[in-house]
Write a protein that binds this ligand. Sequence first.
Ligand code: ADE
Length: 419
Amino acid sequence: MRNYDVKNTKLAEGGRYRIEWGEQEMPVLRLIRERFATEQPLKGVRISACLHVTAETANLMHTLQLGGADLVLCASNPLSTQDEVAASLVTHYEIPTYAIKGEDTTTYYQHIQAALDHRPQLTMDDGADLVSTIHKERTDLLDGIIGGTEETTTGVIRLRAMAADGALKFPVLAVNDAMTKHFFDNRYGTGQSTVDGIVRATNLLLAGKAFVVGGYGWCGRGLASRARGMGANVIVTEVDPLPALEAVMDGYRVMPMSEAAKVGDLFCTVTGDVNVLDRQHFEVMKDGAIVANSGHFNVEINIPALADMAREKRRVREFVEQYVLNDGRRINLLGEGRLINLAAAEGHPPSVMDMSFANQALGAEYMVRHAGELERKVYAIPGDIDREIARLKLEAMGVQIDTLTPDQEKYLHSWQEGT
Ligand code: ADE
């Protein structure tokens, strides 16, 4: 039986170019790769990875492979796969890959099962579908698992809920908690790639548009700042008074979604929660409103409610579904409500994934090194790994920084000196 499922292996050559193009912007991962190739910290370790199958992920897979890992990769979202990259992973890197852009839910879960048939010792997740499938359907694998790593906010929230319930059966490192991950990937990566996805899907001029950002976490902060940079008039909605206040101080208009819904031209949710855009919002939206999501799951826009309100649905552009409501208003849904930055664009650029995936690679090494020592909990990435990644990134960018003088060091550790 074939040990892969990709769209077409003939696409491999194009995928190789994409992977190599990305690699040029991933200097930290390159340094880790060189060390891994000599030290072999993952020698013989079976890893099942469930990540967005992109050029950047391919570079991470290659790094783990050179570190000695025995790898299998499947998609972490039905719409985020770059088919050329999947083909190249199979053809040029001999990494069994199960991912096809546009796969249906059944195929998506078949691919997860195929990745689990590898009997992983280490799991690598983006959204926790792998870990959750193991705990629900493949408990036979639990004994062999050292631990896992988790890439994203949504996955970490799910895993923490499992740990709080006493349901989590192995330790997981929360890559998302690293500062070199969420301060950069969530903010600058999501910010730029979401605007990129919306523009590619719609060819819309953002300047002068009322752009509503649902949620002011790190992704929302990044998206709001990039949309403003393109000249949009940004409105933020929030449920938490702290980030809401921050958004006000950052110069955005803040209001409930029920108000924003009446004035927005374009809406993008990045909250990680369900039904942020719901029936009552569609009821008051302007004709031609555009709704998109850049959160991990396609639950933030209540698509069944929108479909229920529509008398007609038509595909008007590649990533645009237009819902014509009974009163004639048209609401345009982008990328089936899936993360628009990966559905219609290429996800975060490589230079930001460089840091996220440096955390994944070093996190995997840490897990293997500490096998059997950790509890069944969600752990943050150790601070020394985080700082080392920041140091390497600065070095690669040619940026130098100061060092504390002995006097300054002493001052910081003393309490006697005051006014
Ligand atoms: N998540 C967001 N952007 C990504 C990318 N380019 N590759 C893998 N995962 C991602």
